[in-house]
Design a protein around this ligand. Structure first.
Ligand code: PLP
Ligand code: COI
Length: 355
C-alpha cells in the first residue's frame, strides 16, 4: 500500500513530565487517514498533521453509530527500541468488528503497515518511563452524507496516537468496582464481542451511577439471565477462587480481550489450568463471604493488569485481599509488562518491532 506523507513543519513540544501523562489526553503530531467507498474500495492512504475531521452533519457515524475502534500500545525498551504487542490480534479483531457492523474490512497487511508507519513517524513520542507507552487508537467511521438508514457506501479509517501512563488514577493500586444489576451492556446476538462505540454508549449511565457511589467502573452481568459475570467497562475480569484462576468464558457478548488471551496463555505455559466458564454473581459473593475469593483483577490494553480491591453488590461492599494487590495479580502484571517493555525474552512471539 502506498502511504502519502504530509508531515508537519511545526511539531509540538513533547511532554516533559511523563509522570503526569494520564491516559489519552495528549496527542502526537500526525494521524493516519484512509478513505473507502463501495465503488473504488480503500484509497488515499496518508499520514498528515493531526487536525479536526471535517464531517457532513448527516454523516452516518453521527446518527446511527457506525463506529468501531481498537486499542493497542507501542512500548519503548531500555535500549530505546520501539515495539508493538500482538498487533495482528488487534487487526484481526478490527475486521471481526467491521464484519459485525457491516462496515468495510481491510487487508490485515495494510492495517499493520499503517500502524507501523505511523508509529515510526511518531517514535520520538513514545515515552521512556516504565509503565508509560504510546497508546494507539485506530477507528473506522461510517461517512455517508444521507439520513436514510441504508447499506454503507462511504467510510473513513483513522489512527491517532497518545503518549499515556496509567489508565486509572489509582495506577497499580486496587480499584473499586460496582456490580451492575439494572442496565445491561450487551446480549448474545448483539454487538458485545465487537469493539464498537455503541457498546460504550450503552454503558454510560451505569458507569456514571458507579462513579457517583465512589466506584471506578461497572462489572456487567449477562443480559439474558442477569446472573453471570461478563466483564468490566474497559477490561476483562479474572478471579482467584479457592486457589484457581477463573474468568468468564467468551459467549458472544464479552469482548475477546487480547490481554485476557495472553494471560491465559501465560498461565497455561506455566502448567497452570485457568478455567473459562460461567461464573454466577451468587458464586462470587458466596466466595467473598466465606473467604475463598482470594484475588480479583481486570485486564486490558489500557488498564494492563489492574487489581480489584472492593466489589459492591446490592448495597454491600466486599473487600478482596484486604484491599491490597495479591501475589497472582502482581505476578501476572510483572510477567506481562516484562514482555511488553522488552525486559524479558519473548518466548511466545508476541512482540513486533517497529523500525
Ligand atoms: N473489555 C472491554 C469492554 C474493553 O474495552 C477492553 C479494552 O480494550 C477489554 C475488555 C480488554 O481488551 P484488550 O485486552 O484487547 O485490550
Ligand atoms: C483499551 O484497553 O484499549 C480500551 O479500548 C479501553 C478503552 C475503552 C479506554
Amino acid at each position: 500500500m502506498e502511504i502519502k506523507m504530509n508531515l508537519t513543519a511545526a511539531p509540538k513540544e513533547k511532554p516533559t513530565d511523563e509522570s503526569k501523562l494520564g491516559f489519552g489526553k495528549v496527542f502526537t503530531d500526525h494521524m493516519f487517514v484512509m478513505d473507502w467507498d463501495r465503488a473504488t474500495g480503500w484509497h488515499d492512504a496518508r499520514i498528515e498533521p493531526l487536525a479536526p475531521l471535517q464531517l457532513h452533519p448527516a454523516a452516518t457515524v453521527l446518527h446511527y453509530g457506525l463506529e468501531i475502534f481498537e486499542g493497542m500500545k507501542a512500548y519503548r525498551t531500555a535500549e530505546g527500541k520501539v515495539q508493538l504487542f500482538r498487533p495482528t490480534e488487534n487487526v484481526a479483531r478490527m475486521n471481526r468488528s467491521a464484519e459485525r457492523m457491516s462496515m468495510p474490512q481491510m487487508d490485515p497487511e495494510d492495517m499493520l503497515q499503517a500502524i507501523k508507519t505511523l508509529v515510526s513517524v511518531e517514535k520520538d513520542w513514545v515515552p521512556h518511563g516504565f509503565g508509560t507507552s504510546l497508546y494507539i487508537r485506530p477507528f473506522l467511521i461510517g461517512n455517508d452524507e444521507t439520513l436514510g438508514v441504508h447499506t454503507l457506501h462511504h467510510a473513513k479509517y483513522v489512527i491517532i496516537c497518545s503518549p499515556s501512563g496509567s489508565y486509572y488514577a489509582e495506577g497499580i493500586n486496587p480499584v473499586k468496582i460496582m456490580v451492575e444489576d439494572e442496565d445491561v451492556r450487551a446480549v448474545r446476538g448483539g454487538t458485545g464481542f465487537a469493539k464498537c462505540g455503541g457498546n460504550y454508549g450503552a454503558a454510560q449511565r451505569a458507569g456514571e451511577r458507579a462513579e457517583t457511589l465512589g466506584y471506578t467502573q461497572v462489572l456487567w452481568l449477562d443480559g439474558v439471565d442477569r446472573k453471570y459475570i461478563e466483564e468490566v467497562g474497559a477490561m476483562n475480569i479474572m478471579f482467584k477462587i479457592d486457589g484457581k484462576v477463573v474468568t468468564p468464558k467468551l459467549n458472544g457478548s464479552i469482548l475477546p480481550g487480547i490481554t485476557r488471551k495472553s494471560i491465559l496463555e501465560l498461565l497455561r505455559a506455566e502448567g497452570k489450568d485457568p478455567e473459562e466458564r460461567l461464573i454466577s454473581v451468587d458464586e462470587l459473593i458466596e466466595a467473598a463471604e466465606n473467604g475463598k475469593l482470594e484475588e480479583a483483577w481486570g485486564c486490558g490494553t489500557a488498564a494492563v493488569v489492574s487489581p480489584v480491591g472492593w466489589l459492591y453488590y446490592k448495597g454491600k461492599e466486599y473487600e478482596i485481599n484486604n484491599g491490597k494487590i495479591g501475589p497472582t495479580t502482581q505476578g501476572l502484571y510483572d510477567k506481562l509488562t516484562a514482555i511488553q517493555w522488552g525486559k524479558t525474552e519473548d518466548k511466545f512471539g508476541w512482540i513486533v518491532p517497529v523500525e
